[in-house]
Design a protein. Structure first.
Length: 321
């Protein structure tokens, strides 16, 4: 028998986090703990209102499968027992950890993958005034950041990118519009952004309303985030995107994330691995996918006032196991 515990935890942020559609000063995560009498394993998810999730709805989903989980529901059966999303992610990651512990292995060993010492991760520049974003870039670069992810809306796009590039001449820059650029002259915008050596633009148009990208010339690779949740989405994105962003909370856990990575590579799409804001407990679960990606954005814990312990170590733009 397996015991399932479900806990909701409020995590204050060290500073506000802003994107094109919201500003947050705290997050609520849901943590699950699985115990078989000998081993204990945990998983964490961050419910996202943009995807019609809340801590309450996620806890309700988990309660609906409690009996199955405590009767020994397998990780494979979980993929059908719950839909994609945060609730399945928390359980799936806990099941991976419990399965590994039972076999006296790490998740890396279970996957027959070498565990990296460290992985380069983006440091996110939260949406703010031009002056504050430049200051944030300067602080990040001074701290050793190698990859900066710039959150933008519809205002001062070129001005902000130009100023950040000047402040961080050697850093790799990626831009994240979070669906905010509908109605803009994308051909001209993408061409102008190409002057600043931008490595990638993430989700410029709203999910479900991104067909204009088919006709739009984009010298910079475009990455699907909100448009790509699971394996079934990938094939239909090849005519407008060059990359996909895999997030465990979107796809429902490490099991689906690994399958998405394989499917994307088979179809010739490049990989980014991202995250919702969350603790090291959530970020560590995504690392087996992150090591397969060319762009990694797992900086969620550096925004927290206090991380889960024991946590990952973030230093000079890298996350260390």
């Amino acid at each position: 028998m397996i015991a399932l515990d479900i806990q909701t935890v409020e995590l204050p942020l060290a500073r506000p986090f802003a994107i094109s559609r919201s500003v947050r000063t705290a997050i609520t995560v849901v943590r699950v703990t699985l115990t078989d009498g000998q081993w204990v394993a945990m998983g964490e998810c961050t419910p996202t209102a943009h995807y019609q999730e809340s801590a309450e709805s996620v806890c309700q989903q988990l309660e609906q499968v409690r009996a199955q989980v405590e009767a020994g529901l397998s990780r494979q059966a979980l993929q059908q027992a719950l839909p994609i999303g945060s609730a399945r992610n928390a359980l799936d990651c806990a099941m991976w950890r419990l399965d590994a512990a039972k076999q006296g292995k790490t998740v890396w060993q279970l996957l027959d993958m070498p565990a990296p010492e460290r992985v380069v991760t983006a440091e996110t520049l939260s949406l703010d005034s031009l002056e504050n974003m430049v200051k944030a870039a300067e602080v990040a670069v001074a701290g050793g950041a190698k990859l900066l992810k710039i959150k933008l809306d519809r205002l001062q796009i070129i001005e902000k990118v130009a100023a950040i590039r000047q402040a961080a001449p050697l850093a790799t820059l990626v831009v994240d519009a979070n669906e905010a650029w509908l109605g803009l002259d994308l051909d001209s915008l993408f061409q102008a952004l190409s002057d600043f050596n931008i490595a990638m633009i993430e989700q410029p148009l709203p999910a479900g309303n991104d067909k204009d990208l088919v006709r739009c010339l984009h010298p910079i690779p475009i990455c699907a985030d909100e448009s790509c949740h699971q394996r079934a989405d990938i094939a239909g994105l090849r005519d407008r995107y060059e990359m996909i962003n895999i997030k465990l909370d979107k796809c429902g856990g490490l099991t689906e994330a690994l399958a998405m990575a394989e499917a994307a590579k088979t179809l010739g799409l490049r990989l980014m691995v991202g995250c919702m804001l969350g603790s090291s407990l959530a970020m560590e679960a995504a690392l087996p996918v992150a090591v397969q990606a060319e762009c990694v954005d797992l900086d969620g814990p550096i925004w927290l006032a206090q991380d889960f312990q024991p946590g990952l170590r973030y230093h000079q733009g890298e996350v260390w196991l």
